[in-house]
Write a protein that binds this ligand. Structure first.
Ligand code: PGA
Length: 247
């Protein structure tokens, strides 16, 4: 069985004043029985770790494929660790689209991030055109097999199925559609890694809210969520965490 994980992605939101939400969330989730993570903007990681008081893990949202070097404006996996991050999101569809990140690049980033000690959240998901063309399962299988190095450390891996068209749109796939992709991801991992694949948390992401979280968490092979907009406010994210803990 994979551990349950509720992960928030603040994207490019958050100033020092918003750390009160981190502290409030830490208070709300003190007694819940699941892992809680906030992936903050890099500028807030160190202060976020302090505000979280050890009750919430803090992560980054991306890192470079190289360990160091002449890459103005970029951030390395070791820098995230140095700031106190335990996790990093990789291959988010916003980065795939805006920065043309491909599976090869994401594979390099994941390899280095795992070596630096980070738990890596690999994001996968189809566009609306790909779904309409019946390509969803082929797309996520390809993103999974090409995004992971052969010697991936499964204990440092989380997968997040995030249909591109569901992110920030208020739209979500049907429950059977989510279940179908999650079953495919689990089976693809198991083909490559055997029984140990069962321990990799599989998250769903894309317009998860307090109102739809419970039905999504009730699905087989859904071990949690990657939450964007609804993770910005502690009360809203706290309600999603509570739904996961109860699932
Ligand atoms: P959303 O974003 O919850 O705002 O749809 C999810 C994500 O991009 O991880």
């Amino acid at each position: 069985m994979a551990r349950k994980l509720a992960a928030g992605n603040w994207k490019m939101h958050g100033l020092a004043a918003d750390l009160t939400e981190v502290a409030r969330l830490a208070h709300l989730v003190t007694a819940v029985d699941c892992e809680v993570l906030l992936c903050l903007p890099a500028t807030l990681i160190e202060r976020g770790v302090r505000a979280a008081g050890g009750r919430i893990a803090i992560g980054g949202q991306d890192c470079h494929r190289a360990a160091s070097g002449a890459h103005t404006g970029d951030i390395s996996a070791a820098m995230l660790v140095d700031a106190g991050a335990s996790h990093v999101i990789l291959g988010h569809s916003e980065r795939r689209a805006a920065y043309h990140e491909d599976d090869r690049l994401i594979n390099d980033k994941l390899t280095l991030a795992q070596a630096a000690g980070l738990t890596t959240i690999l994001c996968l998901g189809e566009t609306l055109e790909q779904r309409r063309a019946g390509e969803t399962l082929a797309v996520v299988r390809r993103q999974l097999t090409q995004g992971l190095p052969p010697d991936v450390r499964l204990e440092r891996l989380v997968l997040a199925y995030e249909p591109v068209w569901a992110i920030g749109s208020g739209l979500t796939p049907t429950l059977p559609q989510i279940a179908e992709v999650h079953a495919t991801l689990r089976a693809t991992l198991a083909d490559r890694h055997g029984a140990r694949a069962g321990g990799v948390p599989l998250l769903y992401g894309g317009s998860v809210k307090p109102g739809n979280a419970a039905e999504i968490f009730a699905l087989p092979e859904v071990d949690g969520a990657l939450v964007g907009g609804a993770s910005l406010k502690a009360d809203e994210f706290g309600a999603i965490v509570a739904a996961l803990a109860a699932a």
